[in-house]
Design a protein around this ligand. Sequence first.
Ligand SMILES: [Zn+2]
Length: 76
Amino acid sequence: MKEKIHPKYVAAQVSCVCGSVFITRSTIGNIKLEICSECHPFFTGRQKMIDTAGRIDRFNQRSQRSKDIRASKQTS
Ligand SMILES: [Zn+2]
């Protein structure tokens, strides 16, 4: 390898919010994840809603509100 151009490639502990931890190597040290292969629906095969900061709730509220508005327009 050419000298002085390669970053340090060190052992890194990768930890996910689901509790899964594994060891790999990286140039940036330890890594924290919000989703990993242990908990992602693609790998688990389970359909699970991953709600980031209540986005699904907010979408449902918005669609309910627009339904209400439409309903009130039809009655008047
Ligand atoms: Zn995970």
